[in-house]
Structure formats: structure tokens, C-alpha cells
Design a protein around this ligand. Structure first.
Ligand code: AGP
Length: 606
């Protein structure tokens, strides 16, 4: 997804912007560009490809200047190319943009009728033209921006500069944009890692905010021109935390961070001695009146919701309906004030999940978000929020976000169960105790990572994989298969183990490895029968079981043994070897693990 940065200060802007852009590479992009202001003139360089390619291109030019804006583009309108890369210019005005302008066709037509010429296929290009049209009509720069954005429909985070004036303007609606607060310098960015080398003091701009930067500092106004105040937050992530920290890829680092990420998610919230959970002063509606809970999300976060359904229904006995965010509102969901809507998202900026939140609010449901990113839209606009505290997740493939989401869902279930008087204090203490042991159990799996690397080496050349599991292990294998396909580009399909004989079994032969997830739980014996069915067809089985699951160990080709835990927490433990299997296969195949082709970390378009 696009990333924008901007700088105004005393230092050379180019290198600052390039470094900041590199920290946004995790968002996924296909082209990059930068505009530097120097003594009233603006020079733009941009091209298809990586930020390093842009740096190389710039090395032949003498780019000097202490103010500029820069961009990484993920194509939505117009193919990835130099002409579609940002920044875009019209007259004196130069713009970088993240988001989508929904009414760009009509705006473009109107601007064309005024004789303005367009040079790209993007929706973005209407923005500099519109601002420039107001400048030409005699409006000052700030008013021109303000009037122009009042005409935009859709989403935008904007960085804007103009020739002749040493002023930078940022504006935001439905796409993330932050200000790094530093003395004597101004920096804007789409996300925190881009500014952490410079400052940990951050303002999260809100929808319809316009920030104006000059030598003296900055001020924020709304679209009517009224001054607005925004709080400064201190971010505790160090720049090093957002870097690879010695691992080959962010994804591997993030897999190994899971014991710490889960510990951080539990810290200050679980009171084992009292059998209590405290969740950041979360105020829930009267639970007696909640007839149904909805859990809505995308991708990996959707898989966390499917696991959440098992956790909630088996303990709270409240029906839970899980939906994919991009489907939810199109089926006119039966949701109202006696329902609770739980939205799960690492980024808190996924467009479809935000749209689902709006739908829930419109229909008077209590909306609770589970997010990892402080200040994100879902965190700000929900009626309640519980953060996952996983730390920055840079790899496009979600790992520690997933396991901390399940952790929060489990804590939330305990929190609600306590309110509903479902468990005795002894039962609560027991469940909290097991939750607290999870980071150690994950560490045990991580200590055996080499064994999974050996398994990966054995199977890396296969072209298709089937993943099967039953009960709570079914969403876990869906997640395992998603991990493999998104980073290794190998076809992987997940099935409920009992469904295999209703179709997919026809595919089984010696060239079709089957990953079976079967800890020794209520589903174990039945899954053993499915393993027999695969073996009878000369299929290769990679079995992931736990220390009690002995039955099939001698019969299958490869086995990985996980520590034992209670049923509801099995998905946290089993996520780790499945993530590692996908990682090692992708690494052995040499794919771009952290930025897989065609994927974006944060999907901010619907
Ligand atoms: C999974 O590895 C992907 N990165 C993707 O499915 C992701 O989980 C999805 O896009 C949702 O993102 P969110 O959690 O930030 O809302």
C-alpha cells in the first residue's frame, strides 16, 4: 500500500526521505518517487521499482534542498510505471497521495474542460490540478488546498508542496498520516517506523485535519479553516525494534518475537492470583442483553476470528457469527443493538474492516476493535479497543499479530465470562495460568526450529499442498496454508479433515503432501482415520501433533511434536511450526519473503 513521507528542516531532505521511505517498504509497493524544493524550484524524480533504484537514479543528479515529499506507490489506478508514480505536479503544485479519489473521473473531466492537461492514468493527478486551479484564481496556498480537498470524495493522506513558497501541507481523510514532533524540523509519514530515527513524539492526524508546516513549526486546521489541537503521543518502539535485529527477514524475526509479544500482550492484564483479567478500562455493554457476537476481519485476522468463535461459543454459550469484512455489509447483515461487533486487525487501517465498523455503528451495535497499531482508525473510532501489543509487524505475512490476536480473544472471553459469572475463581485461575505458560511453550517450539527447516528442505520442491485439521485446528490450517501460499507462491489448500473424503481425496497421490494438524484433543482419533485414508493412497503426511499424540507417529513420513496445552489455546502453539514451515520453504526457494509479490501489508482500498 502507498506510503508517504515529507520533510522540512535544516538538513538535506533527500537522504532523510529515502531512509524514511525504506522504513515504509513493508507496506508493499511497485514504484517510488521524491520531490525536492530548492530555492523556490521543485525537482521530481520517480520510477517503477524499489527505493534503492530511485536512489541510484538520483546519484547522477545533484539533488539539493531542505524540504521535500516522497512516496512509494502500490498501483490502484494505472499500471506501475514512471508516469503513474508519484509525486504528481500541476503548475507550481506537487502532491503525494495515499488513498483513492472516488470522484476523480468527473473532476478530471471538469479540469480538462478548463484546458488542463493530464499526464498520468492515476486518480491522484486531479489533486494537484484542483489545488493549482484555486492558486490560479488568486487563493493563497493553504486556502487552495482546503478548497480543493473539500471537493474530494474518497480517502487521502496527502503531502503537498508548491514552488516559490517554503511551506509543506499535509491532509488526511480515511488514510493514516502522522506528524513527527521535533524542534526545528517537521516530518510527516504514513506510519511510525518511518520517523522513529528522528523522534518518538507523534501526532496522529484525524480525518479532515490539515497540517501546515513552515520555518516556525506547524499548526493544524480543519477544512473550514478553524484551528484544532491534537495530542502528542510518545511511542515506546525503538528504531531498532522496527528493524530486522540480526535475522535474515523481518518475518523470521517476528516469528521468534512471539514469546515476548504474547508476554507484552498479557502484561498488566492477567491477575492469576485473583483469577481476574483487566482490559485497559474496557467498558462493555450489559452482556445479558447481547444475543449474538459478530467477529469480522480480513485474511489472517479473519482466521483469528474463526478461532475466536470456538473460544467464545464453547465458554460463553453466546452464538458467534464470523464474516469476511469485504462480504459483511453486502449481505445486509442482521445486526443491531443487541449484538456486539468485534473487529480484528493488525494495522487498524484495513479498508474493508473499517467499512464493517461503519456498518455496525450505523445499526447501533457496540463496536469493539482488537488492533495492534495505536492511533489507527479502528482503534480510534470503535466504541472500545483492546490492543495486541505485538510491536511493529513489518513482514507482509502476519505472524505475531495473529498469535497476539488469539491471546486477546482468549483474555476477552475470560473477561466476559467473569462478568457473566460463568467460571469459578478456581477455573479462571487455571485458564489464566495456562495462558501465562504459553510464551514458554512457544519458546520450546522455537528451540526446535532446525527440525522444521529440515522438513522444509524435504518438501520444498512440491507444487501443491493440502492442509487438514478438525475443530479449532481447522482455522489453524487455513492460516498455515495462507502462510505457505503468500510467501512461497506454492499452491496450498486447507480443508476440514472430515471433508477430505467429499472431494479433495481425489487429488491425493505421492506428489501431493498433506500437512495434518492434530494435537491430542477431542478430534484426534477421527483425524487419525483421515491420515489412514491419505496413506492408503500413497500420500505423504507431515504430521504436527503434541506430546500425547503417539498413534500415527511411526507411520507417517515426517512428524513435528509440539508441547501440550488446553484446546482453546492450541492454535497459538500450532501457529508457530506452520509459520516456520512456510518461512523455511520460501527462504529455500529464494522468494521475497518480507514483501511477497502483489501483496501489501496494509490493504487500505476496498
Ligand atoms: C496475512 O499474512 C496478510 N498479511 C493479510 O491476510 C492480513 O492479515 C489482512 O490483510 C488483514 O490485515 P489487518 O490485520 O491489518 O486488518
Amino acid at each position: 500500500m502507498c506510503g508517504i513521507v515529507g520533510y522540512l528542516g535544516r538538513k538535506e531532505a533527500f537522504s532523510i526521505l529515502i531512509e524514511a521511505l525504506k522504513k515504509l517498504e513493508y507496506r508493499g509497493y511497485d514504484s517510488a518517487g521524491v520531490a525536492i524544493w530548492n530555492r523556490g524550484k521543485i525537482e521530481i524524480i520517480r520510477q517503477k521499482g524499489k527505493v534503492d533504484d530511485l536512489k541510484k537514479l538520483a546519484s547522477n543528479k545533484d539533488i539539493k534542498g531542505t524540504m521535500g515529499i516522497a512516496h512509494t506507490r502500490w498501483a490502484t489506478h494505472g499500471i506501475p510505471s514512471e508516469r503513474n508514480a508519484h509525486p504528481h505536479r500541476a503548475g507550481e503544485v506537487v502532491v503525494v497521495h495515499n488513498g483513492i479519489i472516488e470522484n476523480y473521473v468527473e473532476l478530471k473531466q471538469r479540469l480538462r474542460n478548463e484546458g488542463r492537461r493530464f499526464s498520468s492514468d492515476t486518480d491522484t493527478e486531479v489533486i494537484p490540478h484542483l489545488i493549482n486551479s484555486y492558486v490560479e484564481k488568486g487563493h493563497n496556498f493553504v486556502d487552495a488546498v482546503r478548497l480543493a480537498i473539500c471537493e474530494l470524495k474518497g480517502s487521502y493522506a496527502l503531502g503537498i508542496i508548491k514552488e516559490k513558497e517554503r511551506v509543506m501541507i499535509a491532509a488526511k481523510k480515511e488514510s493514516p498520516l502522522i506528524i513527527g514532533v521535533v524542534d526545528g524540523e517537521s516530518i510527516i509519514a504514513s506510519d511510525i517506523p518511518a520517523i522513529l530515527d528522528i523522534t518518538n513524539k507523534v501526532i496522529f492526524l484525524e480525518d479532515n485535519d490539515i497540517a501546515i508546516f513552515n520555518e516556525e513549526g506547524f499548526r493544524i486546521i480543519d477544512t473550514m479553516g478553524n484551528a484544532v489541537e491534537r495530542k502528542i503521543h510518545t511511542i515506546n518502539w525503538t528504531s531498532a525494534m522496527a528493524q530486522k535485529g540480526g535475522y535474515k527477514h523481518f518475518m523470521l524475526k517476528e516469528i521468534f518475537e512471539q514469546p515476548v509479544a504474547i508476554t507484552n500482550t498479557l502484561t498488566g492484564r492477567v491477575k492469576e492470583d485473583k483469577g481476574e483479567i483487566e482490559l485497559d478500562n474496557l467498558k462493555l455493554p450489559n452482556l445479558e442483553k447481547i444475543k449474538k457476537i459478530w467477529m469480522v476481519a480480513c485474511g489472517t485476522s479473519y482466521h483469528a476470528c474463526l478461532i475466536g468463535k470456538y473460544i467464545f461459543e464453547s465458554n460463553l454459550r453466546i452464538p458467534v457469527e464470523v464474516d469476511i469484512a469485504s462480504e459483511f455489509r453486502y449481505r445486509d447483515p442482521i445486526i443491531g443493538k443487541d449484538n456486539m461487533l468485534i473487529l480484528v486487525s493488525q494495522s487498524g487501517e484495513t479498508a474493508d474492516t473499517i467499512a464493517a465498523m461503519k456498518e455496525g455503528k450505523k445499526r447501533d451495535s457496540f463496536v469493539l476493535s482488537i488492533c495492534n497499531v495505536l492511533g489507527s482508525t479502528l482503534a480510534r473510532d470503535a466504541d472500545g479497543v483492546v490492543f495486541t501489543h505485538a510491536g511493529p509487524e513489518i513482514g507482509v505475512a502476519s505472524t505475531k499479530a495473529f498469535t497476539t490476536q488469539i491471546t486477546v480473544l482468549f483474555m476477552l472471553m475470560l473477561f466476559m465470562a467473569k462478568k457473566m459469572g460463568i467460571f469459578t475463581t478456581g477455573q479462571l485461575k487455571e485458564k489464566i495460568g495456562e495462558l501465562r505458560r504459553i510464551p514458554h511453550k512457544i519458546q520450546e517450539v522455537l528451540n526446535n526450529a532446525k527440525h522444521i527447516e529440515e522438513i522444509a528442505r524435504k518438501y520444498m520442491t512440491y507444487k501443491d499442498f493440502l492442509y487438514i485439521g478438525r475443530g479449532i485446528n481447522y482455522p489453524s490450517v487455513m492460516e498455515g496454508a495462507l502462510k505457505l501460499k503468500e510467501i512461497s507462491y506454492i499452491h496450498a489448500e486447507a480443508y476440514a479433515a472430515g471433508e477430505m473424503k467429499h472431494g479433495p481425496i481425489a487429488l491425493i497421490d505421492e506428489n501431493f503432501p498433506v500437512v495434518v494438524l492434530s494435537p491430542y484433543d477431542i478430534t484426534y482419533q477421527k483425524t487419525c482415520s483421515n491420515i489412514e485414508e491419505v496413506l492408503a493412497r500413497r500420500g505423504k503426511v507431515l504430521l504436527f501433533t503434541d506430546t500425547s499424540g503417539h498413534e500415527m507417529v511411526e507411520r507417517v513420513e515426517s512428524v513435528f511434536v509440539m508441547p501440550k496445552t488446553i484446546y482453546e489455546l492450541e492454535p497459538i502453539i500450532s501457529a508457530i511450526p506452520l509459520q516456520l514451515l512456510a518461512y523455511y520453504i520460501a527462504n529455500l526457494l529464494g522468494t521475497d519473503v518480507d514483501q511477497p509479490r502483489n501483496l501489501a501489508k496494509s490493504v487500505t482500498v476496498e
